[in-house]
Design a protein around this ligand. Structure first.
Ligand code: ASP
Length: 302
């Protein structure tokens, strides 16, 4: 995705075109289980996608939430931004906008995501009537083998943030996700919410978030990071400030919970940074700049 996005930028294209193409590459990839096609579904086995985009020159922004049946929510967020006077559209309305612009409805489940969801449902509870065959066989024969279920499949996180600075200083960003796996139907995370999952300002830079969206929303994290950069913090420092702010709030009420956030940021000078909480997710970001493609290792804290 970054290679293709870089080609757009280096041939004079807009950063919005570049970030949209980058996002689309991963959205349509069936092997990525965190965004678009093949993204893990909600508790009912329905894939509901969230995405947003923002143009740092005009402050124009668009978002879609709980969008079903369309592989590329980043592009639909762009439709909201460019073809409506609104910022956020949800569910059937967002889907209708996509249909109006010629997108077709598609099944977003891959065999892999369907099998993951079925396993989650089988292991969710010992007292419901779903289970793997060996568990159900035990129940039926009354031999006491029921209740052999392991714990439910873990929740899965995952979101793609794409941020770009063009040579003329224009900055754009996109955030796209299938949200928390097995989420409560209708639940919306931070990704489609401007200021939470994404914020872009040409005069400063851009930031994006992944991780447990509820905490990102409550801390307006991407906006916070851009404002910290406005005050002179580097992208790396600003991302760390956001991690510390969220962790400190939990610590202040005696709670050791660490929600698993990860933030990425760039500034108008092309500097970048990344920080995450220690929840198994890496603090890496992939960067394409004049020097080539780089995997940047940020910091882990919290
Ligand atoms: N931030 C996303 C959400 O809460 C999920 C993630 O990044 O893993 O929907």
């Amino acid at each position: 995705g970054l290679r293709q996005g870089w080609e757009i930028l280096s041939s004079g294209g807009t950063p919005m075109d570049a970030v949209e193409l980058c996002a689309n590459v991963i959205e349509v990839d069936p092997d990525d289980s965190s965004v678009g096609y093949g993204g893990l579904p909600n508790a009912l086995g329905v894939v509901q996608l969230d995405a947003s985009c923002m143009d740092g020159r005009t402050y124009a922004a668009g978002g879609v939430a709980s969008l079903e049946g369309i592989k590329t929510p980043a592009s639909i967020a762009r439709l909201v931004m460019e073809h409506t006077d609104h910022v956020l559209m949800v569910g059937p309305g967002a889907q209708q906008l996509a249909l109006d612009f010629g997108y077709g409805l598609e099944d977003l489940m891959t065999e892999r995501s369907r099998q993951s969801w079925l396993r989650w449902r089988e292991r969710l509870s010992e007292t419901d009537d779903y289970g793997p065959p060996e568990h159900l066989a035990g129940r039926r024969s009354g031999d006491g083998l029921g209740g052999l279920l392991e714990g439910p499949e873990d929740f899965h996180y995952g979101t793609t943030n794409v941020l770009a600075v063009a040579a003329n200083g224009d900055i754009s960003g996109i955030t796209t996700t299938s949200g928390l796996s097995w989420k409560v139907p209708g639940r919306v995370g931070d990704s489609p919410i401007i200021g939470a999952g994404l914020y872009v300002d040409n005069s400063v830079g851009a930031a994006g978030a992944t991780g447990r969206g509820e905490d990102v929303i409550k801390s307006c994290a991407s906006y916070f990071i851009v404002m910290r950069m406005r005050e002179g913090r580097t992208p790396q420092e600003a991302c760390e400030d956001a991690i510390d702010m969220i962790v400190d709030r939990y610590r202040a009420i005696g709670n050791d919970f660490v929600p698993g956030e990860k933030f990425v940021a760039i500034n108008k000078a092309g500097e970048f940074g990344c920080s995450s909480m220690p929840s198994g997710r890496n603090a890496r970001m992939t960067v394409r700049h004049g020097g080539g493609l780089e995997i940047y290792e940020g910091s882990t804290r919290g």
